[in-house]
Design a protein around this ligand. Sequence first.
Ligand SMILES: NC(=O)CC[C@H](N)C(=O)O
Length: 376
Amino acid sequence: MLADGKVFHGHGFGAPGLAVGEICFNTAMTGYQEILTDPSYRGQIVTLTYPHIGNTGCNGEDAEGRGIFCSALVVRNRPRAPSSWRSEEGLEDYLRRHGIPAIAELDTRALTRHLREGGAQNAALMVGPDADPEKALAAARAFPGLEGADLIAEVATAQSQSWDQASGAPREGYRAQPRTNLPHHVVVYDFGAKRNILRLLADRGCRATLVPPETPVAEVLALRPDGVLFSNGPGDPAVLHEARARMAAFLEHDLPLFGLCLGHQILGLTLGARSLKMKFGHHGANHPVQDLRSGRVLITSQNHGFAIDADTLPARVEVTHRSLFDGSLQGMRLRDRPVFSFQGHPEAGPGPHDAACIFDDFVASFRSSQEKRIHG
Ligand SMILES: NC(=O)CC[C@H](N)C(=O)O
C-alpha cells in the first residue's frame, strides 16, 4: 500500500506482519543478499525489478552487515528452489529468520513506473491473515519518511572493532587465511559500513579499525591512522550535525580522508554545499559514472536517495565524477589536500568492480601525504 492510496496485492512470504518505509526500486540483476544486508537501506522497502530473485539462495559469506536492514522486500517471482553450491538457506527462510516480510507475484514493472513517475514515497506492506488495506494505508501515512531521519545509531557499531584480516567473508579463495602484518592502518567511521569496504581495504594492505559515529577526533588521531574513511549509511545526511563537526575538525589535519556515499554527502555538507532529496534516487548495479579527468566511464553500483548539489560546492573542490544518467555529482576532491569522496559504491559486492580503483587512490594518498610530512 503506497501512501498515495495505490495498492498492490500479491503472495506474502518471509515473516508475517506489517512493515513500513520509503519504497524504492533497485534494478540490479544480481546481489539481492548484499542489497538486503546493506545498512544504508534502513527505513526502506526495496522493490527488485529483476524478476528472478532468490535463485542462488543465501549464505553467511555474502552479507554486507550483521542482518537484513531494509524493512521489506518486493519481488516478481516467488523464490522457491535455490540452486547453488554456495547456498546455505533459501531466501524465504532467510527473510523469515530475520523477521522481514516480503511480497511476490505482483506487477513490479507497474510499481516501478509509478515510483519513477511520481517519485519515491512512503509505503506499508502487510503479510498474513490480518492484512488490511485501511490499516496499511494508515501505517504508510504515519511513517515519518527519510527526510530528516537520523538512522545511523540503529545500524552502526557501538564499540570499536578491528578488522585486520579478510576472514569476515573473503570473496576470493573462500575461507582465506587471516592476513597479518598489513602495512597500513585506516580508521573507518561506521555509519553502517558495508563489509566489502573492509575487505577491499584488507586486499590493499590496510588493517581497519571500525569506530562508532560519535568517536571524538582526538581518539581517532591517537590511533595514528594513515587515513580515515567515512562510510556509507542510512537516512538523511543533512541532520548529521555532529558528524559534520567532526569532519570539519579532520579537515584541519593533513590526513588522507575518504568519504563513501553517506560519507561523501557529509563531506559535501561540511565544505558548505547543500544536500537534496532525489526524485527516486539511484539504486542499481549498472549506473554509468564518468571520471571527468580521464573521460573514462565506470559502471557502478549505487544506492542513494539524497545527493550533494554540485552547484553549491566551494571553489576549493574539484568535481571528479558525474552520473551519466542525470548529471548528478558522483565524486569530488579537494584541490589542495588528499581528501576525496565518491557517491556510488566502489566496494560493490558482487560488483561491478570498475570503481574499485578509487580504493587504490586512497591508499596511494597515504604515501604522498607521508612524503609531504617528511619533506615538509
Ligand atoms: N548508501 C548510502 O550511504 C546512502 C546515503 C544516504 N542515506 C542516501 O540515501 O543518499
